[in-house]
Design a protein around this ligand. Structure first.
Ligand code: NAD
Length: 505
């Protein structure tokens, strides 16, 4: 069975000789599902086929939901103790670590991101599974012992039920880890649908969970397109909640489809995140941070710092130094240990990013560096690109490009910086660079975003929640806040002693 692990020597990662043929995972079993069609995934960096997946159908989703519902109702996961759930989740973390080389290589082959980065993401994911295992033991409610002698009030939390989880292609394993362990810690069962082009590591996780002792039917994976599998999940009337991570446009469709049975919806959507650099910032740190902020994951990152707002008194020097550094960034084969940024995910997205670059040039933004595809015999690579003098009316300022493109806008005052930073329909993340504590605190208070960074960027960890303001989403993932999202609350009044009669005798 091709979903099982093959040995990979981490020091000599080789391209696979043949594509890996995956199956779906429903009710604890591997299955081809109802369709005979397959999705074929090529490595965007090497242009060879690395994986195939069944193109799932609506019936496959129905089968998976049925399995998840029966598993939930049986209580074999939802009613066992948090401690028993934690045991399975800790074992999962251990198995993720043991299979890190395999998971990281597959992640890199399917996404085109540097292997060094994939290793970090898999390790980070194992950390999250461990953290969430702890939370499984502390799902708690509240009590009201102040309602008088005859009454006790309790607030209890219960798992919400069957959750549908739809995830994007940019951090397939890591984004899954920011959702699945919290869902499982809460006691829910789930149907996962990873992006159709990067489902491999989610399927490997399904095998890991089975090995770790997760009961059949609790974790199901249906592979396939968004318009078929994703759509069926969002509209399914036997799913209690959907956690959707992806673009704002598809998030809006998920919102409409979920109205059918008034299911709860968590939305983690797009961003156009400002990095605000004040003249009093540590320039060296701000240069390195803003460079990393827009190039990490080749800019294909929801929290990418893709707008740089820089105080006019340092604007010229900052841009000159940023361009010098951007030219030194190592781009290329993600299997090379020294590569810092890899390939663009698909030919279609590559054309979209190049289209935005052309649009920026046409609209009068000043190209400081990059601006073209990298000429290679294979793979989809785009040069780190920096535009200066970008104004808020330009398309490149307003729309999420999701590539290695930075838009620079100078500002003259604190008030102007905040106004420009907040001038977007998004509110996912923002960074402030300053050595003035008052300005830093004022800055994070005034910026309208769910994740803020002061003198750093894209820092994270399982303890803190993430999510967006405005059109960047609804709800929060991660931390104890993330777990709460997957619970329902009951309030219970318990009468003690005799109840005062309504009808006089
Ligand atoms: P996308 O919206 O195209 O796809 C996301 C997922 O939705 C995929 O699994 C896709 O198959 C599925 N989908 C597509 N059509 C659907 C439909 N009609 N119904 C249900 N599901 C459907 O996004 P993408 O291109 O995969 O990812 C990039 C986007 O994701 C960017 O906008 C990025 O900002 C966002 N993102 C947000 C976060 C966050 O935490 N806020 C994290 C990562 C990515």
């Amino acid at each position: 069975m091709s979903n099982t692990f093959h040995h990979v020597d981490v020091n000599h990662p080789l391209l696979p000789e043949k594509a890996r043929e995956f199956q779906m995972f429903i009710n604890g079993k591997w299955t081809k599902g109802h369709s005979s069609e397959n999705f074929v995934r090529k490595s965007p960096a090497h242009d060879i086929v690395v994986s195939t997946y069944p193109a799932g159908t609506a019936e496959d989703v129905d089968d998976a939901v049925k399995a998840a519902r029966e598993a939930f109702d049986s209580g074999k996961w939802s009613r066992i103790s948090g401690g028993a759930r934690a045991t399975v989740m800790l074992k999962t973390a251990q198995l993720i670590r043991e299979n890190l080389a395999e998971l990281a290589l597959l992640e890199t082959l399917e996404t085109g991101k540097p292997l060094t980065q994939s290793r970090g993401e898999i390790q980070g994911a194992a950390d999250i599974w461990e953290y969430a295992a702890g939370l499984a033991r502390s799902v708690n409610g509240d009590s009201f012992n102040n309602l008088g002698d005859n009454m006790l009030g309790l607030v209890t939390r219960e798992p919400i039920g069957v959750v549908g989880v739809i995830t994007p292609w940019n951090f397939p394993f890591f984004i899954g880890a920011e959702r699945y362990p919290y869902i499982l810690a809460a006691g829910c069962t789930l149907v996962a649908k990873a992006a159709e082009i990067t489902s491999g590591t989610t399927l490997l996780l399904a095998g890991i969970l089975k090995e770790a002792g997760l009961p059949d039917g609790v974790f199901n994976v249906v592979t396939g397109s968004g318009s078929v599998v994703g759509q069926r999940i969002t509209e399914h009337s036997d799913i209690d909640m959907v956690s959707f991570t992806g673009s704002t446009a598809v998030g809006q469709m998920a919102l409409q489809a979920s109205a059918k049975n008034i299911k709860r919806l968590g939305l983690e959507l797009g961003g156009k995140n400002p990095q605000v650099v004040f003249a009093d910032a540590d320039m060296d740190a701000a240069l390195d941070g803003t460079l990393f902020g827009f190039l990490f994951n080749t800019g294909q990152c929801c929290v990418s710092g893709s707008r740089l707002l820089v105080e006019r008194s340092i604007h010229a020097e900052f841009c000159r130094k940023l361009v010098e550094r951007a030219k030194k960034v190592q781009s290329g084969d993600p299997l090379n240990e020294s590569t810092q940024i890899g390939a663009i995910i698909t030919e279609k997205h590559y054309q979209t990013v190049l289209g935005y670059i052309e649009q920026g040039k046409k609209e009068g933004a000043q190209l400081l560096t990059g601006g073209s595809a990298v000429k290679t015999d294979k793979g989809l690579f785009i040069e780190p690109t920096i535009f200066d003098d970008v104004t808020p009316v330009m398309t490149v300022f307003r729309e999420e490009i999701f590539g290695p493109v930075l838009c620079v806008t100078p500002f003259d005052s604190y008030e102007e910086a905040i106004r420009i930073a907040n001038d977007t329909c998004y509110g996912l993340a923002a960074s402030v660079w300053t050595s003035n504590l008052d300005k830093a605190v004022q800055g994070f208070r005034d910026l309208k975003a769910g994740r803020l960074w002061v003198n750093t960027t894209i820092a994270g960890g399982p303890e803190l929640p993430s999510g967006g303001f405005k059109q960047s989403g609804i709800g929060r993932e991660s931390g104890s806040y993330g777990l709460d999202e997957y619970t329902e609350i009951k309030s219970v009044h318990i009468q003690l002693g005799k109840r005062a009669k309504w009808l006089a005798e």
